[in-house]
Design a protein around this ligand. Sequence first.
Ligand SMILES: O=c1[nH]c(=O)c2[nH]c(=O)[nH]c2[nH]1
Length: 292
Amino acid sequence: MAIVLGPNQYGKAENRLVTVSRNGSVHTIKDLTVSTSLRGDLAATHLTGDNSAVLATDTQKNTVYAFAKEAPVGEIEDFALRLGRHFVSTQEAISGARILIDEHSWDRIDGHDHSFVKASDEKRTTAVTIEGDKAWVVSGVKDVVVLKSTGSEFHGYPKDPYTTLKETNDRILATSVTARWRYIGTDVDWGKSFTSIRSTMLKTFADKHSLSLQQTLYAMGEAVLQSRADVAEVRLSMPNKHHFLVDLSAFGLQNDNEVFYAADRPYGLIEGTVLRDDAEEAGSAWYSLPAF
Ligand SMILES: O=c1[nH]c(=O)c2[nH]c(=O)[nH]c2[nH]1
């Protein structure tokens, strides 16, 4: 029996980067959280403490900020590709990189050139994986909270001795969508694609009459693949944010689907992948990313 070093990566996690670009008095901000991870011939530092191949995580952090000055950050996918390719092409021992970027959303305050309001907790995300001269881009959204007040049913499930849930033909359906989609290739208009995928998912959530959150999840992933030839696969994680009808009978009141208790936890957690069965290989695109 021998003990050996398995897969590993290292880098600087969650660099907080905010940029201001100016067009006269009209400012545009970008608010990013950037994580870098490098992979390669890194056995020596783990086994002997020889750091001759270890580009310091502090240097990786500095590179993020310097790159933001040297050229416009642009779309998060392009910034991540730039960073990842830089580390792999300039460090001999480094054969791969994983760059994660979350973009935090700010809205302009109406009619104001340089003041902004944080409208929601929603994030646009990307996870770029570089392996030698190959690159995979998995982009997504996090924490998109949606609710529909009708158009959702849940019934027909097995009843066992522990079942108390009542069947319903009309319930509130609410969730916080986290989705990642894997692009085919890197020749993509990232911003346009993001906007179109996000709106396709929201429209499907709204339009699809739901018999389960699982059915809604599949429909959302399917709609993305039907509308975007440049996407191979969509992974979705959707907590069921339960809204329970409150029993008002003790007060002589009948609750006609109007008064709900919005439960915080526990929550159903519905997760799934929708993919093209002929999609090109994912390589290491998903490796070490959260499963959903
Ligand atoms: O859409 C749903 N899917 C479930 O699997 C489930 N389970 C449950 O209790 N409520 C729901 N709703």
